[in-house]
Design a protein around this ligand. Structure first.
Ligand code: UT7
Length: 332
């Protein structure tokens, strides 16, 4: 027994929309082909949330409900809900409020956290601090993004990459040393120029001109982001291992953000991990931004064993990036 409180992951939930946007369908929309998409990115299909008026809370809420059911708790027991997203239902109120309302988390406070593809990692570290403070017992981190809402489906360099989904975890106090053990998180504003949305914020509010100029979509200089991502995600994951006196042999799973299979391979390689220790579902969902990591945990939950050491790693817009070391706390 050790008396230090750590934040353990005690349940996982997710939601993926039904509609599958395959590479074959994209071939009919833009000048691209299945072979290029698969070899350059690893994506084969992505899910798209269809339906008028449906925002990310439509996916986040069922993910939280599933998680509560699995853990056998009522949503009213949640103390705090952090919603990580770059595609909130609306600018305000926060989507966390809307999810709390939809699921009946009547005793929770909630807020949104915006760190693009690293949002979930930043949320996990923030939520873990709340648990470690001893003041909160049940903190939910939801990563939910509807990237189809900000994707230009006439731009072949971005529309092949992104999809919609939500994933959520529950953090609870643990006194046996399981849970979030260490995090290394980074931000560098140099990334703004390479990956952003030009209009719709306070610097450039929406106008007829911004809509006509397609400035409400993802703007990405792919090769520049790729270079930073390969180095950033691999370096930080390696450094996290080093400062915890661990090697690839000690790690059961790498849980990487799913932006590009080639970035994932480079990270695994730098950590000395074979590819069979890497959670990979980019082929089925594409890049779902804040949802990629919890979606992997959800799909691999049955394979995870109590005591497994896992590394969560991400790189995204901002730039933002980081890695988190976790000891898995339960057997399914
Ligand atoms: O999660 C947030 C962070 N984002 C990322 O981590 C994304 C990082 N970037 C990437 O994953 C890659 O840069 C992309 C997948 C976006 C692009 O792959 P790339 O290997 O960097 O390709 P490229 O942009 O250098 O383009 C190579 C060629 C170009 O043609 P030319 O100039 O060589 O004739 C492109 O026009 O491929 C062309 N191309 C395409 N061809 C078929 C670009 N997009 C497509 C496409 N289909 N969809």
């Amino acid at each position: 027994m050790n008396n230090k409180i750590t934040a353990a992951i005690t349940a996982v939930g997710a939601y993926v929309p039904e509609y599958r946007l395959t590479n074959a369908i994209l071939e009919t929309m833009v000048d691209t082909n299945d072979e290029w998409i698969k070899t350059r990115t690893g994506v084969e299909e992505r899910r798209i949330l269809k339906g008028e008026g449906k925002g990310v809370s439509e996916m986040g809420a069922p993910a939280v409900i599933e998680l509560c059911k699995k853990r056998g708790i009522d949503p009213s027991e949640i103390d705090c809900l952090i919603c990580c997203t770059v595609t909130p239902d609306m600018s305000f109120p926060a989507t966390a409020n809307i999810i709390c309302f939809k699921v009946g988390a009547v005793n929770a406070f909630g807020f949104d956290l915006s760190a693009a593809c690293s949002g979930f990692l930043f949320g996990v570290t923030t939520g873990a601090s709340l648990i470690e403070s001893g003041r909160y017992k049940k903190v939910v981190i939801v990563g939910t993004d509807k990237m189809s809402a900000i994707t230009d489906y006439s731009d072949r360099t971005t529309c092949i990459l992104f999809g919609d989904a939500a994933g959520a975890i529950l953090l609870e106090p643990n006194e046996e040393g399981f849970g979030i053990l260490d995090s290394l998180l980074k931000t560098d504003g140099i990334g703004m120029q390479y990956l952003h949305m030009k209009a719709g914020g306070s610097a450039k509010p929406a106008s007829i001109e911004t809509v006509m100029a397609k400035e409400h979509y993802i703007y990405q200089e792919g090769p520049a982001v790729f270079k930073f991502a390969v180095k950033g995600m691999a370096d930080v994951s390696f450094e996290l291992l080093e400062r915890n006196q661990l090697t690839g042999d000690d790690i059961a799973w790498l849980v990487p953000h799913q932006a590009n299979k080639r970035i994932i391979d480079a990270t695994a390689n730098r950590m000395g991990l074979s590819i069979d220790k890497v959670m990979l579902n980019i082929q089925r969902y594409g890049n779902t931004t804040s949802a990629t990591i919890p979606l992997c945990l959800w799909e691999w939950e049955k394979k995870l064993k109590k005591g497994d050491k896992i590394v969560l790693a991400a790189f995204g817009g901002g730039f933002t990036w980081g890695a988190t070391l976790v000891t898995w706390a339960y057997n399914t």
